[in-house]
Design a protein around this ligand. Structure first.
Ligand SMILES: Cc1cc2nc3c(=O)[nH]c(=O)nc-3n(C[C@H](O)[C@H](O)[C@H](O)COP(=O)(O)OP(=O)(O)OC[C@H]3O[C@@H](n4cnc5c(N)ncnc54)[C@H](O)[C@@H]3O)c2cc1C
Length: 288
């Protein structure tokens, strides 16, 4: 195990001061940090433990905004009636993370800051147009999630910043959504491909506000603007979904690795997207 100094501040201000003074890094649930320490792969010798900062553990709604504190665990999200009502696509993803121990310990903020291309909450948060609030001794800033994710393990979060919370606007009208994840096995499953979809059907039965995002098929989780452009204004038919799936290939750049080949990931992305679109359309009240 890599050696490290450990600090457990009682307030967010104190955590920010410590990060600024020591050049340390945040640890929240530790489900990513501890395995990296064991492999001598963590880029800091001081850990600033924020797990006691209950001010970062909340799920709230104000005006039209849903806000989730960075320390909220998957288990806490899964128990939230508000998220069940307002963001079922996020809970579909949370349900698939790791095992019960991971879901009780791992946090939403940690999943974002870890920036794995396979991070399960990232495609749902991208289709929800989520924004991330970052806090440091120098002040606060808010960035769209799409600008936070820069590459595998790389984010726009500065080392002296704490991810405070994630927020997105409540969706107006009868939206349908779906999250699908393909892994190598059923449990404890890192995604080979994942996809999140949101869509609304307007009075004439055509699709509006379609949003599509993939995980594990690019350096970061990505939105598929090409698929979205095909879907909007069309009726939810198998032919349209097939065209959207083909168009999505322009937005992904899968690699071959221990979990899969690039070719299989491309094929699976199309299949998963078609299924997610069918499910989201049915949930939005459309008849295929
Ligand atoms: C057995 C196992 C199974 C897993 N299965 C899955 C899975 O199926 N899907 C999936 O997506 N992930 C999976 N993971 C990965 C991990 O559980 C998640 O990414 C989790 O959400 C990380 O949260 P954490 O609080 O434990 O983060 P930590 O390990 O504490 O931190 C992770 C990274 O984020 C930074 N960080 C954490 N919180 C903040 C913050 N508030 N502000 C700034 N930086 C911060 C840390 O410095 C570190 O770089 C698995 C992990 C394990 C060990």
């Amino acid at each position: 195990m890599q050696e490290f100094d450990f600090a457990s501040p009682k307030t967010l201000d104190a955590a920010c001061q410590l990060l600024a003074q020591t050049g340390g890094r945040v640890v929240a649930g530790g489900t990513d940090v501890i395995p990296r320490l064991q492999r001598h792969m963590f880029p800091a010798t001081t850990l600033v433990d924020i797990s006691r900062l209950d001010a970062l553990r909340f799920i709230t709604t104000e005006d039209n905004e849903i806000r989730i504190g960075a320390l909220t665990t998957y288990a806490e999200m899964l128990e939230s009636p508000l998220l069940q009502e307002e963001a079922p696509v996020l809970l579909e993803a949370a349900r698939t993370v790791g095992c019960p121990q991971t879901r009780y310990r791992g946090t939403l903020g940690g999943n974002i800051a870890n920036a794995s291309p396979a991070g399960d909450t990232l495609p749902p948060l991208l289709v929800l147009n989520a924004e991330v609030k970052l806090v440091s001794a120098a002040g606060e800033r808010v960035l769209p999630l799409s600008e936070v994710l820069l590459g595998p393990g790389q984010t726009a979060i500065r080392p002296d910043e704490v991810l405070h919370s994630v927020a997105f606007q409540r969706l107006e009208g009868p939206y349908g959504s779906a999250f699908f994840k393909l892994g190598k096995r059923k449990g404890m499953n890192i995604a080979v491909v994942s996809v999140a979809v949101l869509m609304r059907l307007v009075a004439d039965g055509t699709i509006a506000g379609a949003r599509v995002a993939f995980g594990s098929v690019a350096p970061t989780a990505v939105r598929s603007k090409h698929a979205e452009a095909v879907l909007n204004g069309e009726r939810p038919t198998a032919e349209v979904f097939e065209r959207a799936a083909r168009a999505a290939l322009a937005d992904i750049s899968p690699i071959s690795d221990v979990r899969s080949t690039a070719a299989y990931r491309r094929h699976a992305s199309m299949t998963l997207l078609r299924r997610a679109l069918e499910t989201a359309a049915a949930r939005a009240g459309g008849i295929l």
